[in-house]
Design a binder for this molecule. Structure first.
Ligand code: T46
Length: 140
């Protein structure tokens, strides 16, 4: 699986640091939505789903957390531990977010508005969906 991360440019001076995120510049899609999660309780694991078409970039703007990515064949875990690091999540990637530090704020930029019908919330269904899509792409 190809993991895509970004090191966002930091505009720093004696006052501190500023990072700017812009659609189709350092974020590879039109930004339709932004949401963030914080006050995540110890031991909590979030996500546990994939998306049929949504693309997202995750940035842990404070604290740290881990993201497990699964494309139906391999699994990789990425640590988000600095506010200038972004993780790109394409569609058809099963994701789980866990090991949130107490102060973690995980911000997500998304390519589409919230749409429950875009979610695949069963892992078995996800595996089936990926197989069917791969089959279609290979003309099967
Ligand atoms: C994803 C990972 C990284 C809304 O009303 N609007 C929204 O834009 C979102 C994202 C959620 N909600 C509601 C739906 C649920 O009642 O907020 C509640 C919690 O959402 P959910 O359980 O889906 O949250 P996570 O952390 O499991 O997953 C979220 C995103 O939903 C998902 O797209 O990829 O973060």
């Amino acid at each position: 699986m190809k993991i895509i991360t970004f090191d966002f440019e930091e505009h720093g001076d004696e006052r501190g640091i500023l990072i700017s995120l812009e659609e189709n510049k350092n974020i590879p899609f039109d930004i339709k939505r932004c949401y963030y999660m914080y006050n995540t309780q110890p031991g909590v694991s979030r996500g546990h789903h994939a998306h049929k078409s949504l693309e997202q970039v995750l940035v842990c703007v404070r604290g740290e957390c881990k993201i497990l990515l699964d494309d139906g064949k391999t699994r990789e875990t990425v640590v988000l531990d600095r506010p200038n690091k972004g993780l790109y999540l394409s569609h058809l990637i099963w994701r789980e977010m866990f090991d949130f530090s107490e102060d973690a704020v995980l911000m997500v930029l998304a390519s589409q508005l919230y749409d429950e019908s875009d979610y695949i919330r069963s892992y078995d269904e996800f595996l089936q969906y990926v197989q069917t899509k791969n089959g279609e792409e290979n003309g099967l």
